[in-house]
Design a binder for this molecule. Structure first.
Ligand code: ACO
Length: 385
C-alpha cells in the first residue's frame, strides 16, 4: 500500500555523492569535507571543483578552472538587453530566472546533453549568474552593467560588478565564504526541481531555470530578504522580543528560523554570525547583531515553551552580512542563487549520469463517478478553486 507524505518529508529520492546533510547532528558535508573546514580553508572556486569533480583541486587544476571561469563570465549583449527590459519592472529573482533561461539562446552547447557539454555549461552558468546578478543590481540602480575583471575571484567580481569598486580583502573573503556556505545542500527544494527537470532529459538551462524559480520562494532562498525587512522593522534591539511574541501570536513564522532537515542549529548559521561579527570589527552597524541576538533568545524561549525544535537557519545571519556589504536587499536571494548554481549544476550532471525519470504519485481525494451534464444545464460558480 502506498503512503502519502505531505511535503515529501523524510523521503529519500536517490543517492548522491555531492553532499551530506546530517540533520540530527547539525552537520553539512560536501564530498566528505565539513562545511566549517571548507568555509575557512578553501575558496568558492575550489569548492566548485569539489562539487563537480569530487575532489579539491591542486594548483594546476585550480588555474585551469579559473581560466574557464574568466572565459565564461561574459554575457552576450542580447542577454543584457533582456535584463534592461525586465530588471526594473520585476523582482530581481524573476529577472535572473528570465535571463538564465535566455542564456541558452547564446550557449553553443545549449541542447547538447553529453557529459562534456554539461561540464562546460556548469562552469559558464556559475560564472554568468554572477555577472547577471551584478548587472541586474546595476540596471535597477540606474547604472550600466560593468564587465567582469579577469584578475578577480568570482567573489570579488560579484562585489566589483555590483558596486563599481574592487572590494577589500575582508569583504571578498566574507562573500567568498558565503558563496561556499550556500553552494550546496543535499535534496533541498530548488535542487529537487533541477533534478526533476533533468530527469526528463531536458537541458541544463531548463533545469537551473526551474531551480531559480523554486529558490525565489520565502520558505526557501527568499527568506534572507524577509529577514532583513524584519530587522529593519524593529527600530531598537529592546523592541525585538515583543516583535517576535506579537508575530508568533498572530500565527506568523519568523523568517530565518526552522528547517526541514536540521533538528538542531543549522551549521552554516554560526559561521555567518562570526563573519557578521568580523564586519562589525571594522565599524559596522551593531544594531543588526544585537537585534538578531534578542530574536534568537526570544525564539528559543518561545519554541521551548511550545515544545518545538526551531533554530536559526543560514538565512538568519546572511541577511545582515549582505546588507552591511552593500548588497541591495531585493538582490539577497540572487546572491544565494550565484552560489547554489554550482550545486544545481553538479546535481544535473549527477542525475544525467544515471538517470531515471522522477515521477511520484498523488493520492486522489476529489469527487468520483460523475457524469458530464450538457453545458447549457450546468450550474456555474461551483468548483474547488
Ligand atoms: N517560526 C515560527 N514557527 C515555525 C517556524 C518559524 N520560522 N518554522 C516552523 N515553525 C513551526 C510551524 O508553525 C509548525 O508548527 P505546528 O506544528 O504547530 O503547525 C512547526 O514549526 C513545523 O513547521 P513546518 O512549517 O511544518 O516545517 P517544514 O519542515 O514544513 O518547513 C521551513 C520548514 C519551510 C523552513 C519552515 O521552518 C519555515 O517556514 N521557516 C521560515 C522560512 C525560512 O527561514 N526559510 C529558509 C529555510 S533555509 C533555506 O531554504 C535556505
Amino acid at each position: 500500500m502506498s503512503t502519502t507524505n505531505k511535503g515529501l518529508e523524510g523521503v529519500v529520492m536517490g543517492q548522491t555523492m555531492i553532499s551530506q546533510v546530517a540533520g540530527d547532528a547539525g552537520q553539512l558535508i560536501y564530498g566528505g569535507y565539513h562545511i566549517e573546514d571548507l568555509a575557512g580553508n578553501a575558496t568558492f572556486e575550489e569548492v566548485c571543483h569539489l562539487l563537480w569533480y569530487g575532489e579539491l583541486p591542486d594548483e594546476a587544476d585550480l588555474d585551469a578552472l579559473r581560466t574557464r571561469f574568466v572565459q565564461g563570465m561574459s554575457v552576450d549583449d542580447r542577454i543584457l538587453d533582456v535584463i534592461r527590459s525586465t530588471a526594473k519592472s520585476s523582482h530581481p529573482m524573476a529577472a535572473l530566472r528570465t535571463a538564465v533561461s535566455a542564456l541558452s539562446a547564446t550557449d553553443p552547447d545549449a541542447e547538447d546533453k553529453s557529459h562534456d557539454a554539461n561540464d562546460r555549461k556548469a562552469v559558464r552558468l556559475t560564472a554568468q549568474t554572477i555577472t547577471l546578478t551584478a548587472a541586474i543590481a546595476r540596471i535597477r540602480g540606474g547604472g550600466d552593467p560593468i564587465a567582469p575583471r579577469a584578475d578577480l575571484s568570482l567573489a570579488a567580481n560579484l562585489l566589483y560588478m555590483m558596486r563599481g569598486e574592487v572590494p577589500d580583502d575582508l569583504a571578498e573573503r566574507i562573500i567568498d565564504a558565503a558563496l561556499t556556505l550556500h553552494a550546496e545542500h543535499g535534496m533541498n527544494a530548488s535542487t529537487f526541481s533541477a533534478r526533476v527537470a533533468a530527469s526528463t532529459l531536458a537541458d541544463m538551462h531548463s533545469a537551473v531555470t526551474a531551480a531559480i524559480g523554486t529558490l525565489k520562494g520565502p520558505l526557501h532562498g527568499g527568506a534572507n530578504e524577509q529577514v532583513m525587512h524584519m530587522l529593519l522593522k524593529i527600530d531598537r534591539p529592546e523592541e525585538a522580543a515583543q516583535y517576535v511574541r506579537d508575530a508568533l501570536g498572530r500565527g506568523e513564522k519568523i523568517m530565518g528560523f526552522g528547517h526541514r532537515v536540521y533538528r538542531t542549529l543549522d551549521p552554516r548559521a554560526p559561521i555567518l554570525k562570526t563573519l557578521a561579527e568580523e564586519l562589525l570589527g571594522r565599524g559596522g552597524e551593531t544594531r543588526w547583531l544585537e537585534t538578531s541576538s534578542v530574536i534568537q533568545t526570544t525564539m528559543r524561549e518561545e519554541m521551548d515553551r511550545r515544545g518545538k525544535k526551531i533554530y536559526p537557519n543560514v538565512d538568519f545571519f546572511s541577511a545582515s552580512v549582505y546588507y552591511t556589504l552593500g548588497v541591495p536587499i531585493d538582490l539577497f536571494t540572487n546572491v544565494f542563487a550565484c552560489a547554489r548554481m554550482a550545486g544545481w549544476t553538479a546535481h544535473v550532471i549527477e542525475q544525467m549520469k544515471d538517470n531515471r525519470l522522477i515521477r511520484p504519485k498523488a493520492e486522489y481525494v476529489g469527487p468520483k463517478d460523475r457524469t458530464v451534464t450538457p453545458i447549457a444545464q450546468r450550474v456555474s460558480g461551483a468548483g474547488h478553486g
